[in-house]
Design a binder for this molecule. Structure first.
Ligand SMILES: [Zn+2]
Length: 263
């Protein structure tokens, strides 16, 4: 019976600015990146949900740190990147592998998106248009490139950007307003960016999440998804940050290196 229930996604804030996610059907739930077991447990209790699976995007502690504690209470499969060394993963997944959660009639596809880390994997629930992208794509920004190359990160972002515009982007941090300040410095004439800043500033003033956003909005306003946009490239050239002959990779590298030191 529960399989026919509509699915939803609960936002579980944790630590300073993380979002953990619970995909649920009112009865069962899947935790995405449960960095903090206590927060997940509290949300499960509050909403009368039973945990049936865990998804992990990458090995960083703020995403994986609660898994061992949850496994003490729940004997559930842990889906995570096959290149991840954490031994809590019971179901390693590779690119285009399917994650099946039969209790909820839920299927997700794993997408290997290295760059932030080499193991980084995103999950897309194609039937619902939900993308859980961890620390690869952020609202108005992208993750730092800690382990991979800029080339890998750009290819990963390009892959995510190839999903439909209406896809909801469930990223793992509330970094949006600071990302938007950088985006406006890089892309000051982008009117959609100014409009987004007004909307998201209002949300934060009311302590509401700015996440999920839509992929369509990201493609219009996230500079890291606009490495081929002539207007953005022109503005970076006018600021002296790019030469005349530049590839999308040059644009990405210039943006990422600037963002790394942007205050
Ligand atoms: Zn991370």
């Amino acid at each position: 019976m529960s399989q026919s229930r509509a699915l939803g996604v609960l936002t579980v804030p944790a630590f300073k600015d993380n979002y953990l996610w619970l995909i649920h059907n009112g009865c069962y739930a899947v935790a995405v990146d449960p960095g903090d077991a206590d927060e997940i447990q509290a949300a499960l209790t509050q909403h009368h949900l039973q945990l049936v699976a865990i998804l992990l995007t990458h090995h960083h502690k703020d995403h994986s740190g609660g898994i061992a504690q949850l496994l003490n209470t729940y004997q559930v499969p842990v889906f995570g990147p096959k290149s991840c060394s954490l031994d809590c993963i019971t179901h390693p997944v590779g690119h285009h592998d399917t994650v099946d959660v039969p209790e909820m009639g839920l299927q997700l596809m794993a997408l290997h998106v290295p760059g932030h880390t080499l193991d980084h994997t995103a999950y897309i629930a194609t039937s619902h248009g939900w993308l859980f992208c961890g620390d690869t794509l952020f609202a108005a920004g992208c993750g730092r490139v800690f382990e991979g190359t800029y080339e890998q990160m750009l290819a990963s972002l390009d892959l995510l950007a190839s999903m439909p515009d209406e896809t909801l982007v469930f990223c793992a941090h509330e970094y949006t307003l600071s990302n938007l300040r950088f985006a406006l410095a890089a892309d000051p004439e982008n009117r959609k960016l100014h409009a987004r800043l007004r909307v998201d500033t209002d949300k934060r003033a009311h302590v509401r999440p700015t996440v999920p956003s839509t992929l369509g909005l990201e493609k219009q306003t996230n500079p890291f998804l606009r490495c081929r946009a002539p207007d953005l490239i022109g503005q970076l050239q006018a600021q002296g940050r790019l030469g005349q002959d530049c590839s999308p990779l040059d644009v990405f590298a210039a943006l990422r290196e600037w963002k790394n030191v942007f205050k």
